[in-house]
Write a protein that binds this ligand. Sequence first.
Ligand SMILES: Nc1nc2c(ncn2[C@@H]2O[C@H](COP(=O)(O)OP(=O)(O)OP(=O)(O)O)[C@@H](O)[C@H]2O)c(=O)[nH]1
Length: 211
Amino acid sequence: MVVEVKTRLEVMEPNQQRVEANILLLGAHNVGKTALTVRFLTRRFIGEYGDIESIYSRVDRVDGQEICINIWDSQAGGKSGSISDKQLQWADGMVLVYDICDRGSFEVTRQQLQLIRRSRKMSSVPVVIVANKRDLQHHRRVSSEEGHLLALTERCGFFEVSAAETYHGVLLVFHRLVDLVRETRALRKSMAGVRGIVRSVSAVFGKKRAE
Ligand SMILES: Nc1nc2c(ncn2[C@@H]2O[C@H](COP(=O)(O)OP(=O)(O)OP(=O)(O)O)[C@@H](O)[C@H]2O)c(=O)[nH]1
């Protein structure tokens, strides 16, 4: 069961356009998905979190535009890091989280990226990779370079953060992803426009040839 939680009562001005961005958090067990979500929503780190899979919402202003950020804090999907069709259909952007102290969680991120890039619908979805628990340097098992390299080869954003230590780094993750979602939408819209022009031009020329 997925529970939906709104963090604020939203009152809209008439004529105001609300943009929505659905962000799916994925990653192995215990990497800090809920900690990152709670940090972003409340600025706090509380240490222990329940096991309820939830969708949370927060309204933010990004570049002067009001945007409702819906975050689906998923539960780890086993070793293969499986992602459901429902999640794939829902998401406008994804945050893939691993724990720098847990090599296995990095491999899950790699597998999840492959699943996403292989899916026809999601191959171009914006993805940000988050290496969490940066405060635990002495237990590090995955270097920053490996994270950077994976992000570079798979065309993803990359951040190393500590949900335990700072709010700002976590805020940057979500805002960067929202930017990427908006850029992708704008690109798709302009591509649809170009396709429309090409169709109209072909229709006119097709007609002329038939006459
Ligand atoms: N030191 C440290 N601990 C963290 C950090 N982020 C999360 N944790 C701890 O890691 C544990 C797991 O955090 P969760 O947020 O529950 O992880 P999750 O990925 O949501 O876990 P599941 O929902 O069970 O898959 C908790 O004990 C957190 O307190 C961090 O940045 N640094």
